[in-house]
Design a protein around this ligand. Sequence first.
Ligand code: GLC
Length: 540
Amino acid sequence: MTSWWQKAVVYQVYPRSFQDSDGDGIGDLKGIISRLDYLEKLGIDAIWLSPVYKSPNDDNGYDISDYEDIMDEFGTMADMDELIAEGHKRNIKIIMDLVVNHTSDEHAWFVEAKQSKDNPYRDYYVWADPDAEGNPPNDLGSTFSGSAWEYSELTGQYYLHLFSKKQPDLNWENEKVRHAVYDMMNFWIDKGIGGFRMDVIDLVGKKPFEKITGNGPKLHDYLQEMHHATFGGKDLMTVGETWGATPEIAKLYSKPERDELSMVFQFEHSGLDQQPWKDKWDLQDLSIPALKEVFTKWQTELSSEGWNSLFWNNHDLPRIISRWGNDKDYRVESGKMLAILLHLQKGTPYIYQGEEIGMVNYPVESIDEVDDIESINMYNDRLARDYAKEDILKSINAKGRDNARTPMQWDYSENAGFTTGTPWLHVNPNYHEINVKQALEDSNSLFYTYQKLIQLRHDNPIVVWGDFTLVDTADENVFAYYRELDGQKWLVVTNFQAKKTSFELTEEPKSTIIQNYNDKTYQKGQLDLEPYEAVVFEIK
Ligand code: GLC
């Protein structure tokens, strides 16, 4: 059986930074609606909408205080209904971000729970007595630095927060919590959404007292229960954010007969530029052979069981051109190369807003320019541990989440056409060169490469279903692979570096499907490849 999402390309919108419609400097739902025609032109099938629910914005909407209401700055439930309806008109489904590992500390459940030990909502969260010295029950750390336990004066106990202290963790062992979540999911399903992206879903099976956070023992039971209570049998798409997934684990989530999810985001490739066993801020250079190995492993392991998601970017990751491409001399070439390399693999591709026009990182000079709670906490934490300020800022420039969160660059007007007011986060000054208007007017822009890649997927079963085989190359920084289906064969060749090289084309190509150096023609034999060149041949 095949599903719509296996042939789909998903576009992620980070609402705060996409399009402001009322001049308050913050993107909103009406702004997104006004840009649907643009997304239709790009050709995408679904939007993953980062959280739009009521939230005090300690973590930009990933701290939810009411799951069935809309954040004031973003609009109203009527706007949300309109977005879903306007999406439908253009065959664009809306995938909601489901953040249920934790709520905001301003959610009514937590406001109740913290009042007393016998409050009916107490057990919705995870509480523990101080240890004998009055310290937290154990040394579990928060992803956003410091302890994962916060003391609550009112009752003299600690509560668990794997993220900020304004994001208390829900207690999934409590059946009432699980069913409240399922009811809420059904509320959204009834509105006609296309599915869910599940925030840090691998944490819901946690056993904090045994210091197990990801992949807890009950995780898959809960997901199966959720599947049957909500989206099961409804032709919806679900994608779990699962940082620690291996191919074996990804198959548990995504084998259809297990009744869990459509697919997961795994981050193995994304960790390749961090030092082993250190955290994301401790940088090392990317090795292309390592990248080839990781992609090949996932393509092969999930070729007939389970399903892959394909992505370079999201709202937590730096811009891929700045990270692994070249944002100086080869912005467009490397951007196209990265797009071609990813989109012709097997799986469901995701595009993060602005990726399709080649947006790049924002250069931060001082911590005062930073909004992201993760970066700010890390900065303070490392400063206290005597790291050099320059090194901390270097890490933030390379990996900080604000890189992806600067406003979308629409045109040449002030604030890039994002807002008529003061933007909540600085607009990258390079919007004078990099913006949607420019991209649409230039037939050679990245936008049209993305548009074509989406079209290729829609039109060619080989892109959706073909087998993947890595090609051995003389230059280890050339990444080449075959896709094959029913006697058809495509060859993808990419030069993953800023210098020229060559590649031996052993078969006479029937045709060229897509390329990023337009005026070149190709024949069997030695190909001289330009920096970041990418070309796809039909071989059979
Ligand atoms: C996920 C989100 C991230 C958020 C965190 C806590 O990793 O993608 O933005 O901060 O979960 O909800």
